[in-house]
Design a protein around this ligand. Structure first.
Ligand SMILES: Cc1cc2nc3c(=O)[nH]c(=O)nc-3n(C[C@H](O)[C@H](O)[C@H](O)COP(=O)(O)OP(=O)(O)OC[C@H]3O[C@@H](n4cnc5c(N)ncnc54)[C@H](O)[C@@H]3O)c2cc1C
Length: 430
């Protein structure tokens, strides 16, 4: 707190978190003429936003999120005209390995059609036209030619540079320790280098949003899930569209390699918050339990200890963990890669170049929170993207900027309120 004595910096909007959501929100706010600062405890973009699979998709998005996915497409296209960060509308093919999965995919397609969006349905025999590499038998597939991908690390570097050029102030390696509430109103942040004053503050802190909200006694029901990824060295003759399935998922990279992962191999740990939020998360967990392994162990006690270390005068977990870079699940990745090779022999000669993992922030209904906070005027949340915030990040940032500047609310915004969890601004005393 070295600069506590000097006059605090002052902005129209201060944002905690330099991931895709914080940066896109900052960009649109700046374009609306506001002074904006983004604070990141580490380097902007280093956590989820640069370590994801890079899918920019509509297929299998929740109906509530679909408008954001569609609204993001023209923004991605426009920005891809400014720089090459690997954005391609290469199509996304979502494969069903059996009739159960095919029924589920078709039910999603029916709902999407009712919402005005119609992906192509491919019978088994039509799949090789788009994916001649596969030797597998598939029950059917959905295909969206306008879905695609971008390189997450390059996209983040582009967005940070674009926002900076527009006049957004970036403060890297500057943890926000607490939300500053005075007179019942959010009026800035306490950062590790001093106080920052702002008319509006935005929490866009990914997996850390729950703890940052706690500093203002706001309850954000949010848990964490770890997902692992590998990439191969460049390879000729692999599939062109992004391929999603429950056996493996794969997408071609700008460098000619492939990003490989398995959709249903994420891991969540039993933590104190898992008990606190059990009632809210249980219905969705039971629906999706095949997608997730639950593990008990050390993380429970680590989180219990970390939770005690808060307060603007203390070193807290935001400073202790500058960069969340967990160990990947190498065994599961190796098994996924073997399944991919068995299905697509072209991958038999592919060499693994790297493996990594990321921790995803999830909400009870797997929808984001893009919301003001009823009890504290000036406080906004943009978080909880539940594994799909990269593709919809541009439109989510635009929606947040509209919300803060009092512009027209986006259609469907009511799905993203904090109030839907029944704890909007409640003081918990926790
Ligand atoms: C392995 C994996 C695969 C994924 N695949 C896809 C995909 O293919 N398509 C898709 O759409 N989405 C995908 N996602 C999800 C997507 O990456 C996220 O939803 C999105 O990046 C969330 O962005 P964010 O800005 O909310 O969070 P983050 O990118 O996590 O950014 C949060 C930032 O806040 C900072 N921060 C936290 N606390 C503080 C504090 N107290 N003070 C200052 N700074 C702070 C952090 O350092 C971090 O930089 C995937 C995620 C993972 C991990």
């Amino acid at each position: 707190m070295a600069s506590q004595q000097s006059a605090p910096s002052r902005y129209d909007v201060a944002i905690a978190g330099g991931g895709i959501i914080g940066v896109c929100t900052a960009l649109f706010l700046r374009q609306a003429g506001l002074s904006v600062a983004v604070f990141d405890k580490g380097q902007p973009g280093y956590e989820q936003s640069s370590r994801n699979w890079g899918w920019v998709r509509t297929i299998s998005q929740a109906m509530e999120d679909l408008p954001l996915a569609l609204a993001s497409r023209p923004l991605w296209r426009q920005w891809a005209g400014e720089a090459d960060f690997g954005y391609r509308q290469c199509g996304l093919l979502s494969l069903a390995q059996d009739e159960v999965e095919w029924t589920a995919l078709q039910a999603w397609a029916d709902a999407a059609r009712a919402a005005g969006f119609a992906p192509r349905r491919l019978a088994s025999a039509a799949i090789p036209d788009l994916m001649p590499q596969s030797r597998g038998r598939w029950a059917g597939a959905l295909y969206s030619p306008e879905d695609g991908c971008a390189e997450p690390d390059l996209a983040m570097a582009f967005l940070v540079a674009k926002a900076r050029a527009a006049g957004v102030a970036f403060h890297a390696d500057t943890a926000v320790k607490a939300i500053d509430i005075q007179g019942g109103q959010a009026c800035g942040f306490w950062t590790e280098t001093g106080r920052v004053v702002a008319d509006s503050v935005v929490v866009a802190a990914g997996i850390w949003s729950r703890w940052l909200c706690k500093t203002a006694e706001i309850v954000l029901p949010q848990l964490k899930v770890t997902a692992s990824v590998l990439r191969t060295e460049p390879l000729e003759g692999g599939p062109i569209p992004v391929v999603a399935s429950s056996r493996f998922s794969v997408r071609k990279r700008r460098d000619g390699g492939y990003t490989v992962a398995q959709r249903n191999s994420s891991v969540t740990h039993v933590t104190p918050d898992a008990f606190r939020f059990m009632r809210q998360f249980m219905p969705n967990f039971l629906r999706q339990k095949k997608l997730l392994s639950v593990r008990a162990g050390l993380p429970f006690f680590q989180e219990l200890r970390e939770e005690q270390r808060f307060g603007k005068g203390r070193t807290n977990p935001f400073e202790a963990y500058r960069a969340c870079d967990p160990e990947p699940d190498r065994k599961t990745l190796a098994a996924t890669f073997e399944r991919l090779k068995a299905d697509m022999p072209v991958f038999r000669t592919a060499r693994v170049a790297a493996m990594w993992a990321g921790v995803i922030d999830v909400t009870p209904d797997a929808l984001p929170v893009l919301s003001s906070v009823g009890t504290y005027p000036g406080l906004y949340l943009a978080t909880g993207f539940s594994a799909h915030g990269f593709g919809i990040g541009p439109a989510a940032g635009q929606l947040m900027a509209n919300l803060i500047t009092g512009g027209r609310p986006a259609p469907g915004q009511e799905h993203f309120t904090l109030a839907r969890f029944g704890c909007n601004g409640e003081r918990t005393g926790k």
